[in-house]
Design a protein around this ligand. Structure first.
Ligand code: SF4
Ligand code: SF4
Length: 381
């Protein structure tokens, strides 16, 4: 415990990155998608000029990176034009893609436009199981082709594997594929339980034993591959003792822009009640970053309750995730229940404790699917 002065809500630093959710459209239907349950339709998306204006304002504000994500950002026909504008503005560009729309023509167009990095996501290492999660037959094979295309293009390759109860035992094979493909970085990322992931939590949450196994495998691989491949490892909060620094702290490092132009401090912030996020079509990025009440609300440490307010980790994890605090307690101002010091920590432990032996079926990410009925099926773990 200490007596550090609370950090103020006004940002001293510009955002590091702009996370542009170009679209919610995607050929896949992953049951853990971070998109909101209510998906934006194509007709409501920002147009090319509006996205370019966002990047221009972001670069002027001091941002250094732009992440093109979605949905599937390659569903936007103007993606090469947006990449080109990012390059002209000196922004480092990262494409976060499922890879199923990547072919020799489209990757050549992206390279000509100046893309700097591609992050390719996988649902599994087993083709049938991966296609089952994706809700699209043949998706895994197309991802393998995309990985080869990225590798042969000479672009740096990052692979992302999403871990859950039906694939945790295959993490060793995932790491072997990343090594075989010569990936510079691989993310072994357990599902995060927001959006569709929260909706499908019972179908996805691994057991404590599965988590311990993946942790052991990752630690061994890190030691073996040191200097050759970076392995990022993200664990599920339900077994944690301390929370993650969600988004590096609320409105500290990143700005998320939704397909319709809402500016938010994180992907899931729209789930919080009582927030009215400004549109980039009406308010400048600089004004939003420096003065928007939604951005100021949880920035810094002045807003924090106890035990965070007097905790010496408060500028390390920034009190954890506001969306998780709201989802678990109904109050976004409370300490993230993932923290063992939180008075609400028992709520997180209860979820893990009550994890069903038989996993329910996935509710796939589709417009109107959120309320679909579930039928119990045998879990594969
Ligand atoms: S998580 Fe799956 S459904 Fe969601 S955007 Fe990514 S690939 Fe598409
Ligand atoms: S969530 Fe709050 S109490 Fe828990 S470690 Fe972080 S700052 Fe400390």
């Amino acid at each position: 415990m200490n007596a550090i002065e609370p950090t103020p809500r006004r940002a001293a630093e510009p955002p590091l990155g702009l996370i542009l959710e170009l679209t919610h459209r995607c050929p896949l239907q992953c049951p853990y998608c971070s998109n909101p349950l209510e998906l934006a339709r194509a007709s409501a998306e920002l147009d090319t000029a509006s996205w370019c204006a966002v990047m221009e304002q972001g670069a002027a504000l001091g941002a250094l990176q732009v992440h093109f994500t979605g949905g599937e950002p390659m569903a936007r026909k103007d993606l090469p034009a947006l990449v080109r504008r990012a390059a002209e503005l000196g922004l480092y560009s990262n494409l976060i893609t499922s890879g199923v729309l990547l072919d020799p023509g489209s990757i050549a167009g992206l390279i000509a436009a100046g893309i700097d990095h591609i992050q390719l996501s996988f649902q599994d290492i087993d083709g049938a199981a991966g296609d089952d999660v994706a809700g699209l037959s043949g998706a895994h094979a197309r991802k393998l082709q995309a990985a080869e295309l990225i590798k042969s293009s000479g672009l740096p390759l990052t692979l992302n594997f999403v871990i859950q109860r039906r694939n945790a035992e295959r993490v060793p094979r995932m790491l072997a594929l990343a090594e075989e493909l010569g990936a510079g970085r691989v993310e072994i990322a357990h599902v995060q339980y927001y959006g569709w992931g929260l909706r499908n939590r019972a179908a996805l949450l691994p057991s404590r034993e599965q988590l311990d196994f993946t942790t052991e495998v990752v630690e061994a691989a890190r030691a073996r591959l040191k200097g050759r491949m970076v392995i990022d490892y993200v664990v599920p909060d339900y077994y944690a003792r301390r929370p993650k620094a969600c988004m590096g702290g609320w409105a500290r490092r990143e700005m998320v822009i939704t397909p319709t132009g809402k500016a938010m401090p994180c992907h899931a912030a729209d789930s919080l009640p009582g927030f009215a996020f400004a549109s980039v079509t009406e308010v400048s990025l600089a004004e939003i970053w420096h003065a928007d009440p939604a951005f100021l609300r949880f920035r810094g440490t002045a807003w924090m309750p106890e035990p965070c307010q007097s905790c010496d980790r408060r500028e390390i994890d920034w009190g954890g995730c506001r969306c998780q605090a709201f989802a678990m307690t109904g109050d976004p101002e409370r300490t993230d229940p993932a923290c063992a010091l939180s008075p609400d920590h028992a709520l997180m432990q209860a979820v893990a404790f009550e994890r069903p032996e038989i996993a329910p079926a996935y509710v796939y990410r589709r417009i109107g699917a959120a309320e679909a009925a579930e039928a119990p099926v045998e879990a594969a773990d």
